[in-house]
Write a protein that binds this ligand. Structure first.
Ligand code: PNS
Length: 162
C-alpha cells in the first residue's frame, strides 16, 4: 500500500521551514502531495501559478516522492479524492498548537479516516513564517538562509516591477 500524505498550505512564499517539513514527511510517507490552497480572497504576494512554479523548482530536484498540486474547498474532501491517509502540518511553537488542534479535530469530525500528523521543523526555522519573511523583505531586511534562494530571486524580481 502506498502511504500518501497531503501537506497543505498557502506557501506565500515557501520557507525553509516548509522545505524542512517536506523533507521529514518524505521519510515517513511514500508520496507527499504539497497542496496549495486556492484562496482568491487572500491577496498573496505570489499568484497561485507562481507559487506552483516556485515549489516545483524547489522540490523537484530534491525530493522524488513530493509533488505539487492545488486544491479548493474542504481539505478533507481533497485528501479523500487523492486517497491520502494523512494530513501533515508543521508545528513551530506552542502558539501554533491551538489553531492546529482546532483544525485537526474539525477535519477528523468531517472525515475520521484522515489522520493529521504534526511534525516539528528544525529549531533553526522555529520562528520563520511566510508573513514575517514578506514583512522583513519588504522593509529591506535579509531573509537569506530562511527561504530557498529562488524565493529571494523571485521576491527581488517582484519588488523591481512594483
Ligand atoms: O499555510 P496555511 O495558511 O496555514 O494553511 C491553511 C490551510 C490551507 C491548511 C487551511 O486553511 C485549509 O485547510 N483550508 C481549506 C478549507 C478547509 O478545509 N477548511 C476547514 C479546516 S478545519
Amino acid at each position: 500500500m502506498t502511504r500518501r500524505a497531503i501537506y497543505p498550505g498557502t506557501f506565500d512564499p515557501v520557507t525553509n521551514g516548509h522545505v524542512d517539513i517536506i523533507e521529514r514527511a518524505c521519510q515517513l510517507f511514500d508520496e507527499v502531495i504539497v497542496a496549495i490552497l486556492i484562496n482568491p480572497g487572500k491577496n498573496p504576494m505570489f499568484t497561485l501559478d507562481e507559487r506552483v512554479g516556485i515549489l516545483n523548482e524547489v522540490l523537484n530536484s530534491r525530493f522524488k516522492q513530493a509533488r505539487v498540486d492545488t486544491f479548493e474547498g474542504l481539505l478533507v474532501d481533497y485528501a479523500a479524492q487523492q486517497q491520502a491517509h494523512a494530513i501533515v502540518r508543521g508545528i513551530r511553537a506552542i502558539s501554533d498548537y491551538e489553531y492546529e488542534l482546532q483544525m485537526a479535530l474539525m477535519n477528523r469530525r468531517l472525515n475520521p479516516s484522515v489522520e493529521t500528523v504534526f511534525m516539528m521543523s528544525s529549531e533553526d526555522y522555529s520562528y520563520v513564517s511566510s508573513r514575517l519573511i514578506k514583512e522583513v523583505f519588504n522593509l529591506g531586511g535579509s531573509v537569506s538562509g530562511l527561504v530557498p534562494d529562488l524565493v529571494i530571486e523571485r521576491m527581488r524580481a517582484k519588488s523591481k516591477i512594483k
